[in-house]
Design a protein around this ligand. Structure first.
Ligand SMILES: *Cc1c(COP(=O)(O)O)cnc(C)c1O
Length: 396
């Protein structure tokens, strides 16, 4: 019997040129983003300039984490304690957590069998909040044109959580560029790796000026290369609190060479995704998610559905795959485990029962595809999942 021996949490090493850049920052001792000398703009300001260009945005800000980026975006867009904020029922803990961190209250919107936000449910709930924190969970982009039409019609401001979609596009437009702000994570499991880190982009000068002030720029916003001019800060600098969460030059130095290779990496992820997807197609009992043509996704993880299976049968598949070295995450578990949790396990946030969403969550099997896996590894992983799903399906 075939067994997979790779490691689902093993990312690629930091590239040598990034290591060299990091060593240079450490030798200089100037790690704080504003601790620069002469006309050296510093690694963080340069990263922001390059990231804005890569995301085709006017402005960018680098911060301490993806979760910080989300909370900073909510504050910069005027979310206040007690406000309600629409968000996905299918997402990860930092998303409702960011809403709670500004004293606001999440209102969960359902998920479809295509693993995107349910636009009918969104339309029905759109009068309950002024802001949608839209999580492109596991890299699935909904019909962004339809979503923006719904939100524009109701005056709902959209903030995009692109933790899994950096480099992805809907109808040619980059993820993060449909809403007023795009938020990204550079935590180790995401598309760029600085251990911890986050980024924000927008074309809105006032929103970015507030985000820069919030991030802890003191009055040094003039040193930014991807922020609006000083006149915009005049309007916000006295009444925007400093909630320190800057990125440092060491992380930025590690990220800049990686950003230059982002397109190449994204293509490599999607190659792996396509091999697993092809290997799993037409497995009895298993549903592969058809990806829309308008969606240029980044296949850094893959999800399949075991729709309407019993919990015991799904758990048996997970256990049998694990015994052969294939780590699957199940979103149906009642208890939050590892990085996986369900909307009703965030007990600080009120929620109504969502039967259609629960049916989908109970069916989701989720797997990371780190770039340390070869295409042959991916074909082997698919063979193992296919065999184990078939065995359990036939027995039940
Ligand atoms: C990782 C992640 C975040 C936040 O990122 P951190 O950098 O870990 O704070 C936000 N949303 C989703 C969906 C994520 O997976």
């Amino acid at each position: 019997m075939e067994r997979f021996t790779g490691n689902f949490t093993q990312q690629e090493p930091i590239p040598e040129d990034a290591i060299a850049a990091a060593v240079e920052v450490m030798r200089g001792g100037r790690l704080h983003r504003y601790n620069t000398q002469g006309d050296d703009p510093g690694e963080v300001a340069l990263l922001e300039q390059e990231f804005a260009a890569a995301m085709e945005a006017k402005y960018a800000l680098a911060v301490a984490s993806g979760g910080y980026a989300l909370a900073c975006a909510l504050r910069a867009c005027g979310v206040k304690p007690g406000d309600r904020v629409l968000t996905n029922a299918f997402t990860l803990a930092p998303v409702p957590g960011a809403i709670a961190s500004v004293g606001a209250v999440p209102v969960f919107v359902g998920v479809t069998e295509a693993l995107v936000i349910d636009l009918d449910d969104l339309a029905a709930k759109s009068d309950q909040a002024d802001v949608l924190l839209l999580s492109h969970m596991r890299g699935h982009l909904c019909d962004m044109d339809a979503l923006m039409a719904i939100c524009d019609a109701c005056g709902v401001t959209v903030i995009e959580d692109c933790a899994h979609t950096m480099g992805a596009r809907w109808n040619g437009v980059l993820s993060g560029r449909h809403g007023v702000m795009g938020c990204y994570s550079t935590q180790t499991y995401k598309h760029l790796n600085s251990g911890e880190g986050g980024l924000l982009v927008t074309d809105d000068a006032e929103v970015m000026a507030r985000a820069v002030m919030l991030s802890g720029s003191y009055m040094l916003y003039g040193r930014h290369l991807a922020a609006p001019g000083p006149e915009v800060f005049e309007d916000v600098k006295y009444d925007t609190p400093n909630v320190s969460g800057r990125m440092d030059n060491l992380r930025a130095a590690i990220l800049r060479p990686q950003l230059a290779r982002l397109d190449h990496q994204c293509a490599a992820w999607t190659d792996r995704y396509r091999v697993v997807e092809a290997g799993l197609r037409d497995t009895p009992g298993l549903t592969v998610i058809d990806r829309p043509e308008a969606e240029a996704f980044v296949g850094s993880s893959i999800q399949v559905l075991l729709l309407d299976w019993s919990d015991a049968a799904v758990q048996e598949v997970v256990a049998r795959c694990a015994a052969r070295g294939v780590e699957l995450k199940w979103f149906g578990g009642a208890e939050p485990a590892g990085f996986t949790s369900r909307y009703d396990s965030w007990r600080y946030a009120p929620c109504e029962p969502m039967p259609a969403t629960d049916r989908v969550l109970r069916a989701i099997l989720d797997m990371r595809l780190p770039l340390t896996f070869t295409l042959d590894d991916c074909a082997l992983i698919a063979r193992i999942i296919r065999a184990e799903v078939s065995a359990v399906f036939q027995a039940s």
